[in-house]
Write a protein that binds this ligand. Structure first.
Ligand SMILES: NC(=O)c1ccc[n+]([C@@H]2O[C@H](COP(=O)([O-])OP(=O)(O)OC[C@H]3O[C@@H](n4cnc5c(N)ncnc54)[C@H](O)[C@@H]3O)[C@@H](O)[C@H]2O)c1
Length: 247
């Protein structure tokens, strides 16, 4: 499939996990990609491991910095017509809600929700020129309770609501906006988490997949579908990719 031939795709969080897998899938499907992340080393690996490294342009930056999104969109537009934006940059911390500091709450909201908003907002004019699409990466935490993840869950619920708003507000102008809600995907974010002291790990059973961890490539395949013309009548949808956890 070459659904992205002649198209530019901007991917945040492209230095690891789902973002990296999305870059690889988009490049396989013919895209030119602007890959953005905080991590220069992560971006280097992403580009090196793409089937066409020359199709990947890397940009180091912080999505929560208001100066980043205009620069990222300008860099993407310099590569050609910007067709799809994928917001995958995100952070996760497990903390007892009564111990969450305001700084921790704000950091998670800034990256996961405000960062997604800023990139969407900056990209809208370009996407409206191309009848383009947005695919935001939320989480099953937007759909069902995830203990010790109050800020993260609030941020991902916000991403879901933001995406639905964009979908309806700009539908008649040809834009589509959809969201994926992954759960239990095998990436560094899930490998690195620690439960807060005294937490009852049994509460996690409700958010664990009956079939184990999923491959980030499966999420990338769903993102590539939602961003493409195959999904031309799919708008404002949330696609859960969690191995049936929340069925
Ligand atoms: N892995 C899962 O099971 C899972 C489940 C639900 C949702 N998600 C979401 O998927 C997205 C991708 O996560 P992942 O699993 O690939 O994790 P990951 O840690 O492998 O990748 C996240 C990437 O985001 C980048 N990043 C973090 N803060 C940033 C910032 N301020 N600016 C720019 N880049 C930043 C990191 O450097 C990293 O490369 C996240 O939004 C995460 O919340 C993941």
């Amino acid at each position: 499939m070459q659904r992205y031939e002649g198209r530019v795709v901007l991917v945040t969080g492209a230095g690891s996990g789902i973002g990296r897998a999305t870059v690889h899938r988009m490049v396989e499907e013919g895209a030119t990609v602007l890959a953005a992340d905080l991590s220069p080393a992560g971006l280097t690996t992403t580009a090196e491991e793409a089937c066409r490294p020359e199709a990947v342009t890397s940009l180091v930056g912080d999505v929560s910095d208001p100066g980043f999104s205009p620069a990222a969109v300008a860099a993407a537009r310099a590569l050609g017509p910007l067709h799809t934006v994928v917001n995958s940059a995100g952070i996760l911390r497990f903390e007892h809600t009564h111990e969450v500091t305001l700084a921790s709450w704000q950091k998670i909201l800034d990256v996961n929700l405000t960062g997604t908003f800023l990139v969407c907002q900056a990209a809208l004019p370009a996407l409206l020129e191309t009848n383009g699409s947005i695919v935001n990466v939320a989480s099953t935490a937007a759909l069902a309770a995830h203990p010790w993840a109050a800020a993260y869950s609030a941020s991902k619920g916000g991403v879901l609501a933001l995406t639905r708003t964009l979908a309806v507000e700009y539908a008649k102008q040809g834009l589509r906006a959809n969201v994926v809600c992954p759960g239990s995907i095998d990436t560094p974010i899930t490998a690195a988490f620690d439960l807060p002291e005294g937490a009852d790990g049994k509460l996690l059973y409700r958010i664990m997949s009956p079939t184990g961890m999923g491959d980030p490539a499966v999420v990338a395949a769903a993102i590539a579908y939602l961003g493409s013309d195959d999904a031309i009548h799919v708008n404002g949808a949330d696609l859960r990719i969690d191995g049936g956890t929340h069925s």
